[in-house]
Design a protein around this ligand. Structure first.
Ligand code: AMP
Ligand code: ZN
Length: 113
């Protein structure tokens, strides 16, 4: 499939891996917006949060568990972090494969722009 993140999962495009299991893959964002900026993606291609259904959405819960593990591993669990999903054009989604940003390592502003 002609999808950037599917190509990262299958190794066609290199990435800096943080975590992998049978359901998800996590890697450092190429253009980090914070000292810690990891992307966590399902191995199955889901185009966006709009494409979630009762049948495929269990992976989202797993992604949050993995995010907490990665946060602990990278030393940001105690100070805190943010998990972000951008959906669609107004949401700022640029890659059409569902992904969650794990951001931390500094105090983050709210609300987002
Ligand atoms: P979004 O704007 O929510 O769709 O997020 C897409 C993210 O993917 C951005 O933060 C990009 O910096 C990141 N990104 C794009 N290409 C790559 C890549 N080859 N490796 C790692 N991160 C990437
Ligand atoms: Zn994909």
């Amino acid at each position: 499939m002609d999808c950037l993140f599917c190509k990262i999962i299958n190794g066609e495009i290199p990435s800096n891996k943080v975590y992998e299991d049978e359901k998800v893959y996590a890697f450092h964002d190429i253009s980090p917006a914070a000292p810690v900026h990891v992307l966590i993606i399902p191995k199955v291609h889901i185009s966006s949060a709009n494409a979630l259904t009762e049948e495929n959405a269990a992976v989202v819960g797993h992604i949050f568990v993995v995010a907490a593990k990665i946060a602990a591993q990278l030393g940001i669990a105690e100070n805190g972090y943010r998990i972000v999903n951008n959906c669609g054009e107004d949401g700022g989604q640029t890659v059409p494969h569902l992904h969650f940003h794990l951001l931390g390592g500094r105090s983050l502003q709210w609300p987002p722009g």
